[in-house]
Design a protein around this ligand. Structure first.
Ligand code: MSP
Length: 508
């Protein structure tokens, strides 16, 4: 049976100021997508841009250009950044894409015809930067509870989606599917803070601006940007289109990767839209934490922003990927600073991984002219070492399914750390002095090469560039995911000129 996997990132608001925090959802989703692809799953990885709404209309007017022209430029910039980060998406959906616009219009009409969308009048508060409606009681000190900025009073004729009708069904679904909202703490927050107090019907159209998808049967209205944006997860697959093969194959999604501040939209509004459409819900929604600086989310306005390409240029793409993945533990926030990035490069990438590769290949060249086989001169110390190599993939598979990416890297680096310790414990330079220990010396080097090979296979999804280098250095054709276990019968002919994988960085 063919195995499928469908993973998505949020679609980004077009912003010229993408920062390293923005990259996190996409790096994490890309790594999981790569892992599943290498593990034999037919994988679909979706990302894109969320281009409509009042905020974009305002910004483009300030820039003196049409909204579409304004977003076109920024989307090019985003695509360039994803390319630099090695993001392997299958589709980059834009909410201005024709097929998306058409399907959102169909969805709106379908829900209206069904009676789940009705016309009324909206009076309330709106935060334009977040494109979110709020009630007085939800405000914190009179400001938007998400971003802390001022909200505006709006009063206009509008269409509403009957969230209240689905409240019970949603609550039951969340209770009976404990894996649906990850991590658990966010699930409790959604139930206790939002669902239990009662869901109010949601305003899903606006008339006070034009930059949006027109409601076909009432063209003064444009579709509320979150209804438009959330639908991307199914429009991208051809839902409601003549050719809906991808939709049939990949829906429901295995996981939506999103930041914690948009969990509410993905676990209340989105499931209700799907229920109203009689579609199955995504299997998981993972609300990850943020990269923060001094307790604050990274942002241009706080002044702690740098274009991520500057870090890629200075330290390499894999260091940036590794840092983001390793530094944010499951669901928590992680602290970002250039010092912390450098510390990770030095402590993990250069000292542990790079050093191991360098030492092992150096010794293979020095003692065996680069050709190492396994004379099987085993000792007790080898047993736990080999076991750890052998078990690694089962463990990383489990942690990937739990979305514990930082943990996956920690486990792989444990093996790399132990390999360095194995060198110190077996002291190959001492064995080399004794001709009768030649087989033992070769066995030790063989085991080390195996540790490097197996960890390298499992590191591929996270650090595609450096693992390609190590693969070339090892020059061994067992590089597929199914080969990620100890093999006692290989022959290594390693390179005689390995360059350091990562340079240690000295910074004042
Ligand atoms: N357009 C909406 C998503 C619609 S999905 C149907 C949106 N866009 S966004 O550009 O504001 O954010 C995109 C993603 O970047 C979100 O998941 C958000 O959490 C993430 N991040 C933005 N800053 C971040 C950090 N500092 N750290 C980690 N992720 C953060 O929301």
């Amino acid at each position: 049976m063919e195995k499928h996997f469908y993973i998505t990132t949020p679609i980004y608001y077009p912003s010229a100021n993408f920062h390293i925090g923005h990259c996190y959802s996409t790096i994490i989703a890309d790594s999981i997508a790569r892992y599943k692809r290498l593990d034999g799953y037919d994988t679909y990885f979706l990302t894109g841009s969320d281009e409509h709404g009042q905020k974009i209309e305002k910004k483009s007017a300030e820039a003196g250009v049409e909204p579409k022209e304004y977003v076109d430029k920024i989307v090019e910039n985003a695509k360039d950044l994803w390319k630099r980060l090695g993001i392997t998406y299958d589709r980059f959906i834009r909410t201005t894409d024709e097929d998306h616009v058409e399907t959102v219009q169909k969805i709106f009409t379908k829900l209206y015809d069904k009676g789940d969308i009705y016309k009324g009048e909206y009076k309330g508060l709106y935060c334009t930067p977040c494109e979110a409606f709020w009630t007085e009681s939800q405000l914190v000190d009179g400001k938007c509870p998400d971003c802390g900025r001022d909200v505006q009073e709006v009063s206009e004729e509008a269409y509403f989606l009957k969230l209240s009708k689905y409240q019970k069904q949603l609550e039951e679904y969340i209770e009976s599917h404990p894996e649906f909202i990850q991590p658990e703490t966010r699930k409790n927050e959604m139930i206790n803070n939002f669902i239990k107090p009662g869901l109010e019907d949601l305003c899903v159209s606006r008339t006070s601006f034009k930059w949006g998808i027109p409601v076909t049967f009432d063209t003064d209205h444009v579709v509320y940007v979150w209804l438009d944006a959330l639908s991307n997860y199914i429009t991208a697959l051809g839902y409601g289109q003549e050719n809906d093969e991808l939709f049939k194959k990949f829906w429901p999604a295995d996981v939506h990767i999103i930041g914690k501040e948009i969990v509410r939209f993905h676990t209340i509004i989105w499931p209700i839209i799907l229920m109203a459409l009689d579609l199955p819900l995504p299997k998981k929604v993972f609300g990850h934490g943020w990269l923060i600086i001094d307790g604050a989310k990274i942002s241009k306005s706080v002044g702690n922003y740098k274009d991520p390409r500057e870090y890629i240029d200075a330290y390499g793409v894999d260091a940036v990927r590794y840092f983001s993945l390793r530094e944010i533990p499951f669901g928590n926030d992680g602290n970002f600073s250039e010092e912390a990035l450098i510390a990770r490069i030095n402590s993990d990438l250069a000292n542990v991984w790079g050093n191991l590769v360098n030492r092992t290949i150096g010794m293979a060249n020095k003692y065996f002219e680069g050709t190492v086989t396994n004379p099987k001169s085993a000792e007790n110390i080898d047993i736990p070492f080999i076991e750890q190599i052998d078990d690694l993939k089962i463990q990383t598979d489990n942690k990937i399914d739990e979305l514990q990416i930082s943990k996956v890297l920690e486990m792989i680096f444990d093996v790399l750390r132990n390999s360095n310790k194995y060198i110190d414990d077996t002291a190959p330079w001492v064995l080399a002095k004794d001709e009768s220990k030649k087989d033992r010396l070769e066995t030790v080097l063989y085991n080390l090469l195996e540790a490097i090979r197996v960890t390298n296979i499992l590191l591929k999804p996270f650090m595609p560039e450096s693992t390609t280098k190590v693969e070339e250095y090892l020059n061994c054709d067992k590089t597929a995911f199914e080969d990620a276990k100890y093999n006692e019968n290989l022959t290594y002919k390693v390179t005689d000129s390995p360059k350091p994988l990562f340079e240690r960085i000295q910074k004042d």
